[in-house]
Design a protein around this ligand. Structure first.
Ligand code: CO
Length: 300
């Protein structure tokens, strides 16, 4: 990896880690999701990084993919199990990191520890030429040793410039069909999820998180207005996910526009990912750069 690229990954990682910690400290009963998301994102921008994706705030049986709307009314309650997932980038070099906090109770401390220990084990194992499937197996064993299940259809993922999921997945379970290996210089987000539910997620309602589709299909937007909005969105967010909240700042009828562009097949609206057995879910995530004899965690 080029020195200048390395330096950008490290800087993105530092900013993501401090934003994650700052966000986790903000969570108190009665505080709104919107306030926490806005404050984290403002801090990231102020420190000179871009937003690799909207801050995800996913509570209890929601494993991932919720970001508050511009007029969101949700507030944290005592006992909530909250996953804060934060993404930053410097010139497209991404850091992705998440932590779980329980609001004013300690009922799920061991489930929080299960996902955290599984991440530590994966970080200890990963290095050049390691088979990815062995990492998934270890993550699974670690989480099961606590009496919980890993979420089998959520995975870690390789990162490349301006690409959040660039091809290689790190499963959270043993997967004999995954023949990929980690390679020196490649970058991964590793994110074990633990649950007391079914061990998989299903799609729920809209997350308020969108992505421009890759294909050049803007000609499908026959009406001029849709095309203008789509080109505006695409030039602003490019290949990275974005929030309804952010669009509302640029045009105050964002719901109508986003719904229309999604209907036309130009945008993906991600669904919320809900635990299939309504179990509580915990998550921990770090971004790592693979080395010959280990890895370097950028989001410590
Ligand atoms: Co993440």
């Amino acid at each position: 990896m080029d020195d200048r690229v390395y330096e950008k990954y490290i800087r993105a990682g530092k900013i993501a880690a401090s934003a994650r910690n700052y966000g986790a400290d903000l969570i108190k009963p009665g505080i709104s999701f919107l306030e926490v998301a806005n404050k984290i994102e403002a801090k990231i921008t102020k420190e000179g990084a871009g937003l690799a994706f909207p801050v995800n705030i996913s509570v209890n049986e929601l494993a991932a993919h919720y970001s508050p709307r511009h007029d969101d009314k949700l507030v944290f309650k005592k006992g909530d199990v909250v996953k804060i997932d934060v993404g930053t980038h410097i010139n497209g070099y991404i850091a992705d990191t998440a932590v779980t906090v329980e609001v004013d109770t300690n009922k799920y401390s061991d489930m929080i520890k299960a996902s955290s220990d599984a991440l530590d084990v994966a970080i200890d194992m990963i290095q050049d030429d390691v088979e990815i499937s062995l990492i998934g197996k270890k993550i699974q064993e670690t989480i099961e040793s606590y009496g919980y299940k890993p979420i089998n259809n959520l995975t870690g993922h390789s990162l490349e410039q301006y690409s959040l999921h660039s091809g290689i997945s790190i499963p959270n379970v043993s997967d004999m069909f995954n023949k990929s290996k980690a390679e020196e210089g490649s970058v991964f987000a590793i994110e074990p999820f633990a649950t007391n539910g079914a061990g998989r997620v299903i799609s729920g309602r809209g997350s308020n998180i969108y992505l421009c589709k890759k294909s050049l299909r803007s000609h499908l937007a026959r009406d001029n207005r849709s095309r203008i909005y789509f080109n505006k969105i695409k030039s602003q967010f490019k290949t990275l996910p974005f929030a309804q909240r952010w669009c509302e700042k640029s045009f105050n009828n964002s719901d109508v526009v986003l719904r229309r562009l999604t209907f036309l097949g130009l945008l993906n609206h991600y669904p919320q990912l809900v635990e299939a057995g309504d179990g509580i879910v915990t998550q921990k995530e770090h971004t790592v750069i693979i080395r010959e004899d280990g890895c370097e965690v950028t989001t410590k």
